[in-house]
Design a protein around this ligand. Structure first.
Ligand code: GLN
Length: 249
């Protein structure tokens, strides 16, 4: 039986808006296909070894919790860099996304990020970016979800995860959302993300299996409910109007 190793980083500190739902989806969608999902939870002073990892989740958290996690993760920076470089699947959400960059400047002060990517995040002055999000990705499907962040992220040439159809996105301007480099997807979309977007969960599963040489096509699952829910959200967002504190459109 194929096994699939899922690593959840610091869920005791980074688990805003049900980020753990992403883990549950990965486990379920593997098991429904007869793939053995094995969950590894990393907290506090636990060592971090990603040599057998197939999927890693770094969720979101408050500025305070981010700072604690950042300090801990700094010692495993090379391990994470190696994992990403070698095509490992990583999903980083909101606070976890911000930590991948070079710096996060917030009300709590200046925080040096892990520097895995050359981008920066600065606390915005126009208010928090809160609300539903719809993006077009170049994975061939749209993604829906919910964002709530004070930090504004400025990419320096990295590939964004998607183009905003509805929402604020990285820097509040309603243009780009998230980052997609190699098999690392970093995003402001909580929601949680994967329960609302099973195609994205399957993208990670298929990519990770391919990476370890298991090329069997994924068995199709019935996602009618999720697809219906996404359609309703997309329709609602297409007609909803909202004030954007960062731009006037
Ligand atoms: N502390 C960060 C911000 O507000 C991240 C919040 C989050 O993870 N939702 O920008």
């Amino acid at each position: 039986m194929t096994s699939f190793h899922i690593v959840h980083l610091y869920p005791d500190l980074l688990n805003l808006y049900g980020d753990r739902g992403n883990i549950m989806v990965m486990e379920k969608r593997c098991r429904w296909r007869g793939i053995e999902a094995i969950l590894h939870t990393v907290n506090g002073d636990d060592p971090l070894d990603l040599s057998t990892a197939d999927f890693v989740l770094l969720g979101g958290g408050s500025d305070k919790e981010q700072a604690i996690v950042c300090e801990t993760l700094m010692q495993f920076k090379d391990e994470l860099a190696r994992y990403i470089d070698h095509g490992g699947c990583l999903l980083a959400v909101c606070g976890g996304y911000q930590l991948l960059g070079t710096r996060y400047s917030s009300a709590l002060g200046e925080l040096n990020g892990l520097g895995l990517f050359e981008f920066e995040t600065v606390a915005g002055k126009g208010g928090r970016c809160i609300g539903n999000v719809v993006i077009d990705t170049d994975l061939g499907f749209e993604v829906v979800g919910f964002e709530n962040h004070g930090g504004l992220t400025y990419l320096h040439g990295q590939h964004p995860f998607g183009k905003i159809r509805y929402g604020y996105g990285n820097d509040g301007s309603g243009m780009d959302e998230g980052l997609h480099e190699k098999n690392c997807i970093a995003t402001y979309i909580h929601g949680p993300l994967l329960p609302k977007n099973p195609k994205l969960a399957d993208h990670f599963i298929a990519t990770a299996l391919k990476r370890k040489g298991e090329l069997t096509p994924l068995k199709t699952l019935d996602d009618t409910m999720e697809e219906e829910a996404a359609k309703i959200m997309i329709k609602r967002c297409a007609t909803e109007k909202k004030e954007n504190p960062y731009i006037s459109r």
